[in-house]
Design a protein around this ligand. Structure first.
Ligand code: ZN
Length: 70
C-alpha cells in the first residue's frame, strides 16, 4: 500500500500550514529596521502572503508546478 505523505510547511507570515510543493521560499531580512545589517534568512511563504511585498526581500524559489502532462 502506498502511503501518501504530504509534507506540510508553516508559512512564516500567516503561520498557516501548506503543502510544501505549493509554498514559495523568500528571503527576509534578519533584523528588520536595522538598515546597516544585511543578514538574510530564507522562509517559506504561501501564495497569499507573497502579495505582502514589504514583508520580504525577494522570492528565492517558486513551487514546482506540475501542470505539464504528456
Ligand atoms: Zn501565508
Amino acid at each position: 500500500m502506498a502511503k501518501r505523505e504530504i509534507s506540510m510547511v508553516v508559512c512564516s507570515n500567516c503561520l498557516d500550514d501548506f503543502p510544501r510543493k505549493e509554498t514559495y521560499t523568500v528571503a527576509r531580512k534578519m533584523h528588520r529596521g536595522v538598515d546597516e545589517n544585511h543578514d538574510e534568512y530564507y522562509a517559506p511563504y504561501c501564495e497569499d502572503c507573497l502579495k505582502d511585498k514589504k514583508s520580504y526581500l525577494r522570492i528565492v524559489k517558486s513551487p514546482e508546478i506540475k501542470e505539464k502532462k504528456k
